[in-house]
Ligand binder design. Sequence first.
Ligand code: ADP
Ligand code: MG
Ligand code: MG
Length: 889
Amino acid sequence: MSKWVYSFGAGHNEGRADMRNLLGGKGANLAEMASIGLPVPPGFTITTELCTEFYKNNRHYPEDLDGQVRAALARIEEAVGRKFGDAHRPLLVSVRSGARVSMPGMMDTVLNLGLNDETVLGLAKSSGDERFAWDSYRRFIQMFGSVVLGVDHHRFEEIIESVKMDAGVVEDTALSPAHWKRVVEEYKEMVEQEIAKPFPQAPGDQLWAAIGAVFGSWMNPRANTYRRLHDIPADWGTAVNVQAMVFGNIGNDCATGVFFTRDPSTGENMFYGEFLVNAQGEDVVAGIRTPQPLSKSAAKAGEVSMEDALPEAYAELCRVRETLERHYHDMQDIEFTVQQNKLYMLQTRTGKRTAAASLRIAVDMAQSELITRKEAIMRVNAQSLDQLLHPTLDPKAKRTLFSKGLPASPGAASGAVVFSADDAEMRAAKGDAVILVRIETSPEDIHGMHAARGILTTRGGMTSHAAVVARGMGRACVAGAGGISVDYGARTLSAGGKTIRGGEIITIDGATGEIFVGAVATVEPTMSGDFATLMGWADEVRRMKVRTNAETPLDAETARKFGAEGIGLCRTEHMFFAPERIGAVRQMIMANDEHGRRAALEKLLPFQRRDFVDLFRIMAGLPVTIRLLDPPLHEFLPHGEQEIADVAEALGQDVESMRRRAAELAEANPMLGHRGCRLGISYPEIYEMQTRAIVEGALEIAAETGEPVVPEIMIPLVGTRRELEITRTQVDRVAREVLEKAGKTLEYTVGTMIELPRAALTADRIAEVADFFSFGTNDLTQTTFGLSRDDAGKFLPHYVEAGILPKDPFVSLDIEGVGALVRIATEKGRATRPGIKLGICGEHGGDPASIAFCEEVGLDYVSCSPYRVPVARLAAAQAAIGAASDRTA
Ligand code: ADP
Ligand code: MG
Ligand code: MG
């Protein structure tokens, strides 16, 4: 006999937090909270395994389920002293779905299950509150009707509206018991019409129908789509939680609320939440009434805090907040209900937060010794640091305020106004920055929220769908801007007599909640104290160095500010395109002979040397890897008549012969053509000039700063040992000449990119003549897959979407294939030259998953674009901690 049902609460806890795979997140944490003595209404969880079993058996339950559910239900009945279906003291329950990870698409919760025409009378009597009983019954019919029976929820709302209109009231709470009775009658009639049978009265039928609906929702189209997009296997299944009801709607000593144990936007250590007196379930987030703050200190004029309204329950809530953080060692997102001044906990989970909050919480918790520094490092998603490095509004910039809402997710964003998720996606695909403007958002809008720079809603609070999702995605969001009215039909938003049309630009500031007309200038972020603190901790534990890919002084300086420890890739050809140089470059490649080329290179030498001097000054004392000329000459060919004429004139040749030369140089497949070291071998004078510029530049900076850089001269696209041997001999000769002439010494090394499979496979031979390897994983990915990055757009997105490839291999290293080559080259390189320096300089050097792989194979450094340096520093630290715990595990 299998165990399908696990009880919790009332001193009988069969689950624990670490059983979330079996019990789902909600069920596991309910059991955990109950077991540490928090007030959790008793209940039971039907396991995810049952869900899987149900689908395996053609949607049939195993025979022993019924008995287990009965036994668990009996335990609840005993604990609360009420009986399911009893006419006098009926037990009511909620039926809640809960997968391992919280997942949109799953069935919504049904509350007050167990009510019918008879038990509602018992509830009225036993509670002494008729209004409450009928209000609960109508809520039940409404939830069960829409969620389990599939009746459109508008049908219910219409009925309430018409009753309110007749009664002449605005707020639901103003309706009398008789009104609610009428609502119930009309609901039942309407449902009977819709489903062609009466609303189910037997509590047992209600329960099994609700349980069946939860399991059924696991395979509905929305859930399937979500799972596909998030790589969630179908056989994880969902759990079902059945739990005794507690009531926040019996009167003014009752309430329901939600809170985060810290501010999820900023991470500040404060009570962050909302509550509503005399309300049930999701009333707080549904926007029917305006929720009130929890603490007195957070209450604005006219607001009544929970601290004032329900002081006892508030004090209890403060204790719970502490207990939960101490227990879970993390910020929690909590649901609670107060029934007649007594607090009940209904859910806890690790709270979603912005990158800024995540950083602050991790640092605060480590400083107050709730977690270790290493845990703090592991807590912050390295990728998300990117968000902190994004711009905010320039305080000095001119701006025209349009309106104001709630600061729901920080960051500033400007863009064209769009009113639908589809529009947002479409315009963003064309490269436009857009702001998605909605009255409120729902899970159907996710793709548009993702495509937008920012999200603006006119309804909903800090815990509304828009706010929560935007924070998770790192999008700027202003929510609940009630002063704005949105007209989807006319495609306008207006506030204070001003109207903005779809397509016009607005700017939102998610940190203040302000909305501005037009674009407002932004400024670069400053690294906060917490940022520096965490980075410092990361630097203490990481083993790999982090360098940057940079050619310009600006990039190099930015990277230094972000903590780069040298340059891992300086692409010299980028320096060739500047307008004052391109002419000389063209002369060089169009020249028919060495003499012509040398004359042109003479002109380039001072420019090139100046470039290196500028870079070396910024990187004084650090290693700088300079890649000699790599791209096919093709890329520098003159285009158009004027350019050809200019080059002809400079070389003293006629235009016709220039055209012929250009045609000669054109290649069918330039990326596999005359490029990299092949050029250095055909035209040794190019690498000679570059070597001279590097060595002379390094000497100049050594003299100027006393801190020489260590140039690492890198030969690109080497496939054989001989290619490197030839080119390195030239480099060494020129370097020797320069140094002898200057009467100086300089430490420098010569090595190669590993970017061709042949180089990786023969790395032992190549290492005989290489001081270092740098994995050029962009080209290595292209050459391993036989796939041109420039043409991949036609099919690669489809490959990723259809799961043919797990990820875009240009973004995250293909560990299985390209990684295998890296591994081979690493091993073979070290076999020949044990101390050989190894690094990576492809795009992957800034990708956390790829960085973890680099740690595993033991590279010495990663190199990435300047803005990703902090990401790489943290990811390298996390990889080092991960690798250490793998060894001890
Ligand atoms: P979700 O996963 O959408 O948050 P939940 O199952 O947590 O759905 O429940 C929806 C709402 O109903 C929440 O506000 C929750 O606190 C409330 N709720 C759930 N079960 C009970 C119960 N037994 N008594 C009172 N309120 C409940
Ligand atoms: Mg919930
Ligand atoms: Mg390359």
